[in-house]
Each structure stands twice: as structure tokens, then as C-alpha cells.
Design a protein around this ligand. Sequence first.
Ligand code: SF4
Length: 213
Amino acid sequence: MKKATKKEILEIHQLFIERYDDAVTELTYKNAYELVIAVALSAQCTDKRVNIITPPLFLKYPTPQLLAQADINDVKSFINSCSFFNNKAKNIILMAQRVVEIYNGAIPMNEKDLQTLAGVGQKTANVVMIEYTGANLMAVDTHVFRVAHRLGLSDDKTASKTEATLVRKFKNDLHALHQGMVLFGRYICTAKNPKCEECFLTEFCRTTKTFKV
Ligand code: SF4
């Protein structure tokens, strides 16, 4: 696959920013505590599903202090329509316990401390930072990975290498680029039957002609 040239990378960067400058996550949340949990639950699960299960969960457990003392089976009963709910229930309780014990009940807002919380890896930490603080970070989920490869921005085999490549190539506005690539991949450059007729990046597309208009 032919890699995107420097000129193309600049143009792709510009087009994403023009279109998605104000884009934010589709997860619903009211504060950092709810955001961390929503992002953690969204792994291998749709935002739509997470937005259905979190309101009653947050109603019952509105603070880390309350979630830290929760019965795991009760938490499971709120999130059992979400994939990997057994592990996720265990992790969000452990996460709340650490937030209470180590961080005085406040979610630590930097990616290193976030990653010390149960169930929070680099991608989840970066997504939280991008969304909550507008940090100049990239996070590569399935949508960003697919879009980056179709546009010739990356030929890396893993999400973490793709992240490093996108950071190196785009350099700035990473938070808007991340949000934009997620939405573009979710609604236009979909895994199956991408809506190429709606695409504003066809001239940069490296995928098979069958996708192209
Ligand atoms: S032309 Fe189609 S496959 Fe290529 S980037 Fe656009 S939507 Fe994706």
C-alpha cells in the first residue's frame, strides 16, 4: 500500500479539523468519574449500549465512595448487557476503591495516574484525557485503526504502533483528529459497506476500488 505523502497528511489533517473541530465523545457523562467508567465500559461494547446502562448505575452509585463499597453482584446486574461485564464490574469497583484511597475521591487527571486504576490501559486513559481536557493525545480504537490504514497513514500491525505513527505524522490537534477519526469510521468509513459516496477523503483512499465511488 502506498503511504500518504507529507502533503497528503497535511491535507487530511486540515480536512478532519475543518469537519470535526467541535466533535466530542458520544458517551454521556456528567463528571470525570462518570467519564472514566463510561470509557472503561465501552471497550468491546458500543457507546449506545453504554449510554443505556450507565444512567441507572450512576443513579445508584453517584460517587467513587459509594461504588467502592458496592456489592459486585449488584454492579453486575446493572452492566450485564455489556460484554465482559464480570471483569468490568470487578475493575470499576477496584478503580473506585483506589480513587478513594489514593486520590482522595477525585479522578487523577493525567494519563500516567489514570493507568494505575484497574481496567484503565493506555487507550482508555488517553480517551479520558482527550475528552475531558482536550489533551494533545491520540487513542487508537477499531475505527481509528481502520481509517488510518485506509488512508495510507499507517501500515502498522498494532493499535499502539498506529498510535505512535499518527502522533508522529499529525503532531498537533490530536484530540480533534481522534474524535474526528472515530466519528468518520463509525458513520462513513464503516468496516463493512463504507459510505464512500459521502466521503470527503476519497482522493486519499488506499483501499480497493470496490469501496470507491
Ligand atoms: S473512500 Fe470509502 S473506504 Fe475510502 S476512506 Fe472514504 S469512506 Fe473509507
